[in-house]
Structure formats: structure tokens, C-alpha cells
Design a protein around this ligand. Structure first.
Ligand SMILES: [Fe+2]
Length: 378
């Protein structure tokens, strides 16, 4: 046996692999509506979960998605139906697109109505119940494709309160007053003036906890704020949106630890200059119409369409048509900040920046407000 050949790939002087940039695609509202009807008409599945993944033609198993690291699932419940409990280590952003129902996460039920958005943290038991009299439809976005490719996607579905894997287990009760925390006894030594440290093993298994909660962004409240971004001065060169911010993501400005979700509101005929980022973006249009230019190609969209609007690192710009336009955008931005892989180029004449480890970009908001203040003073 030639062991050298079995274990090694010679990459000396190998050129970087050109990345397969998935083409941008529009999934039209009409196709989504037909799929919702099909799911509603099908016999009730054993676990109560009527669901369909929206899969990009370039996606490959395992981990089918609409972007390489993001899946989008259409979930439907008929009136009176409910799902089994689920526990999984992927996280989700969800949006109700019609009907209403109860989403229960970690024992707390919240009523979700049209265009309400919420996050479902990793490993929190969750279920859904349609207690209304019309179909409840929601879109859920998750990082399952990435976990599937890493072969570490943990999923349990069950009835009752206790996940089967937890049955018969218990945590040892420790009297903190009597016994020191093992981590406090472990090594914690800075060994170079520049900041290289040594830490003992307990630092790996006893991580500081930052509470991760399911949060709810009701459309009734979010929509109150949207005129303030739509009304920003005509020359504003940022994006007219709000991040649905979950403080557990801290400086990574996410809605979950993987994704941010934003809700935008652009006036008619609003045009962006092209930009690009290594995060992938998926837009769901709530209202309005317009087009995007992605890698030089024009894609037209309208309310109810879902578009892979920015395949990672594709140059893109979005343009509203003759009416006000709102979109939910989901991007794997916090994940990439955590990996120090989030590269961004806000304007072509400016350099590529690794956001989070190099100073970021400025919009012209300060100049606009100075001009407005000047106008007031005059
Ligand atoms: Fe973008």
C-alpha cells in the first residue's frame, strides 16, 4: 500500500480554489402559495409537522438550503393542529406570514401574528399550535445546513416534557459555599507581555453562561418605527432598516448567534450603490416591488417573493420600484464575525474590511443630520 498517496494531497504552489458562488434566484410568491396549499391538502404527518424546505439548485446533501449555510423552511399548521416537541442544536429566526398561532419555547407560549418575528435558541424545547380558524404559515431560517455538513446536527422530536436523551440523567448538586468552583482552581496565567495565556481544562467545560432567550418582535411595534428610516434624507447612503437585535449576541449584532434579521422600509425609487460581503443574504419581501442587480444580473421581485439576494461575496444592489418596499433580510453575519471571516466592501472605491477585527465603514448619516440641523438653523 502506498501510504503517502493515501494520506496526503500535495498543495505546494496550488492556486486558491475559485469559490462556487451560487447564482441569485427568486422563489416567486405564486410557487410558495402552491406549496402551502399542497402541504395543507396532504394527510397529516405523524409528527404533525407539515413542512417544505426551499432548496437552491446548487445545494447538495447533507444540509440542503437556499444558501450554503442557511435553510428556509415553509411550515404550515391547519386549524387545531400542533407539532411534537423538538430540541435541536441549530438555531432559528422565524416569521409568521399568514394566520396566527402559539409558539412555545422553553415552556413559554407566545402568540404570533402576521409578520411577527421571533428567534428559537439552540437546545430549547419548542412546539407550535394553531388555535385559530385559518391556516398558520411561518418561514423558519436555520443554520442546520452548516451543522449537517459538520455532521453534528443534533435533533430530538418527542412527546411530553422530557427529551428522551435526558431521561434518567441528573446533574450533581454542588454546595458552592463549601466547595470551590473547579475553574477557579485551574491555571490562568499570562505567559507573554503581548497577551498569550495558558488556561486549565476547566475553562473549556465551564464556560460563562450568557442567557439565550426566545425574543419576539411584534410587527405592531416594529412597524411603528419604519417611517423613521423611510424618511431619512434622499441622499442617505446606508440601508433603511432596523436590526432585530438580540442582546445575547452582543457585539456580533445578531437576532440569533448565527443570523441577523432586519426589517427595511425604503421609499419608492430608492437605489443602493453596489456592495458585497461574505455573509449570504436572503430577502423575503413583505410589500412593494423592485429589482436587484447581483453579479451584473437583474432579478425582479415583488411582495411575497423570497430571493437569495446576496450569495456570499457577490456584488449586489437593491432598487425599489414605484412603491414603498419592506423586506425581512436574514444573513449569517454574527456567525461570520465569530469566525473572523466576515469580509465586507461597502463601496467599490473603499478597501475590503474584516468587520469586527478592523475598523468598520461610515454612512453619511452624520453629514445628513448636520445638513438637516443647518436647514433648521436657517
Ligand atoms: Fe448586502
Amino acid at each position: 500500500m502506498d501510504t503517502r498517496k493515501s494520506f496526503f494531497v500535495d498543495v505546494s504552489a496550488a492556486a486558491p480554489r475559485p469559490q462556487n458562488m451560487w447564482p441569485s434566484i427568486v422563489v416567486p410568491k405564486e410557487a410558495i402559495d402552491l406549496e402551502i396549499e399542497r402541504l395543507l391538502d396532504a394527510p397529516r404527518p405523524a409528527d404533525g409537522r407539515r413542512a417544505s424546505l426551499i432548496v437552491h439548485p446548487e445545494a447538495s446533501e447533507p444540509g440542503l438550503g437556499l444558501a450554503p449555510g442557511i435553510d428556509v423552511t415553509i411550515n404550515v399548521l391547519r386549524p387545531g393542529e400542533q407539532t411534537l416537541n423538538l430540541r435541536k442544536n441549530s438555531n432559528m429566526v422565524e416569521i409568521c406570514i399568514s394566520g396566527s398561532g402559539l409558539a412555545t419555547v422553553a415552556g413559554r407560549a407566545t402568540r404570533m401574528q402576521k409578520w411577527d418575528v421571533w428567534n428559537t435558541p439552540s437546545m430549547q424545547v419548542h412546539s407550535y399550535r394553531n388555535d385559530g380558524d385559518e391556516p398558520w404559515v411561518r418561514l423558519s431560517y436555520s443554520n442546520a445546513p452548516l451543522l449537517e455538513k459538520l455532521e453534528v446536527h443534533y435533533v430530538e422530536q418527542f412527546e411530553g416534557d422530557t427529551p428522551p436523551a435526558d431521561a434518567g440523567t441528573s446533574r450533581p448538586q454542588v454546595d458552592r459555599a463549601a466547595v470551590a468552583r473547579a475553574r477557579d482552581l485551574a491555571a490562568r496565567e499570562q505567559i507573554t507581555p503581548e497577551g498569550a495565556w495558558l488556561l486549565g481544562y476547566e475553562w473549556l467545560i465551564d464556560i460563562d453562561v450568557l442567557e439565550s432567550k426566545s425574543l419576539h418582535w411584534p410587527w405592531a411595534k416594529v412597524s411603528e418605527y419604519l417611517p423613521s428610516v423611510e424618511d431619512l434624507g434622499r441622499g442617505y447612503n446606508g440601508r433603511r432598516l432596523f436590526v432585530l437585535y438580540n442582546p445575547a449576541t452582543e457585539r456580533r449584532i445578531g437576532t440569533t448567534h448565527s443570523f441577523f434579521a432586519t426589517i427595511s422600509c425604503s421609499p419608492p425609487n430608492n437605489h443602493h450603490v453596489p456592495h458585497r460581503h461574505s455573509s449570504s443574504a436572503i430577502n423575503y419581501y413583505l410589500r412593494g416591488r423592485g429589482y436587484s442587480k447581483v453579479s451584473g444580473e437583474r432579478l425582479d421581485w415583488k411582495a411575497g417573493d423570497i430571493i437569495l439576494s446576496a450569495p456570499g461575496w457577490a456584488m449586489h444592489s437593491h432598487h425599489s420600484g414605484d412603491e414603498s418596499t419592506s423586506a425581512l433580510t436574514v444573513q449569517d453575519h454574527p456567525l461570520q464575525i465569530a469566525m473572523e471571516s466576515l469580509i465586507w466592501q461597502e463601496r467599490l472605491q473603499e478597501p475590503i474590511i474584516a468587520l469586527g477585527s478592523q475598523g468598520g465603514f461610515e454612512s453619511n448619516r452624520a453629514m445628513l443630520s448636520a445638513a438637516e440641523q443647518g436647514a433648521v438653523a436657517r
